[in-house]
Design a protein around this ligand. Sequence first.
Ligand SMILES: NC(=O)c1ccc[n+]([C@@H]2O[C@H](COP(=O)([O-])OP(=O)(O)OC[C@H]3O[C@@H](n4cnc5c(N)ncnc54)[C@H](OP(=O)(O)O)[C@@H]3O)[C@@H](O)[C@H]2O)c1
Length: 210
Amino acid sequence: MSKVLGIIGAGKVGTAIGRLATDSGWQVLFYDVAPVDQVAGATLAEGSSDATFVSLPELLNAADIVLLAVPFGAASHADLSALSGKVVLDPTNHWPYVDGPMPELDAWPDSTSALLAAHNPKMRLVKSLNHFSYHDFTSDARSGDVSPRRAMAVASDDADARTIVSEFVDDIGFDPVPVPFDRAKLLEPEGPVFGHWLDASGMREALLLS
Ligand SMILES: NC(=O)c1ccc[n+]([C@@H]2O[C@H](COP(=O)([O-])OP(=O)(O)OC[C@H]3O[C@@H](n4cnc5c(N)ncnc54)[C@H](OP(=O)(O)O)[C@@H]3O)[C@@H](O)[C@H]2O)c1
């Protein structure tokens, strides 16, 4: 695999992950609706030959993984049809003070990621990265020979997509813990793993995985 990460949204999470990705040998392509000089990712792109801003079609054409590093409200109101067939990494959390009223969630029994999946079932959607703060990405990343490492849940029912994202998570410094997609709700704010430092066995225990 060519190891190209396309990051939609060059804000706090997009930039923190982009930096870890370039440090571990990935090429990073950013796209943002905001002007390039007004987003955090600009600093990374200026300082690294492995990070650059491109158009959305260029990003979608080249990326092995597309990271949706935008507010959940923006993701759920966007036209996701161009993401069909792509491995899409969803780190989003619903924060009412950011997203505003979202009546579609009132009676929604499943995870917010499942709501995105319902908008385009042809995306190869993987929920991950959402249960850390963006500061944790920088402070807690460790190479694979360090034990214990902080664990990162990787939730999807697409086995190949889950493997691709798990390898990425390992590359950037965390222990991937594969999780069925129906556990994605447990990764959300107020769930048992959100904001907690857990190693892989603690993560499996918290998510009731055998
Ligand atoms: N911050 C954290 O610690 C953290 C941790 C884990 C997960 N998350 C989740 O990660 C996502 C990103 O959070 P963040 O803190 O990085 O947000 P952020 O700093 O506000 O960055 C989001 C960026 O996405 C841009 N954007 C919005 N809609 C877009 C669209 N349709 N296409 C392209 N770009 C778009 C925004 O531009 P404008 O500002 O111009 O709208 C902004 O530059 C959120 O869903 C959040 O819940 C955040």
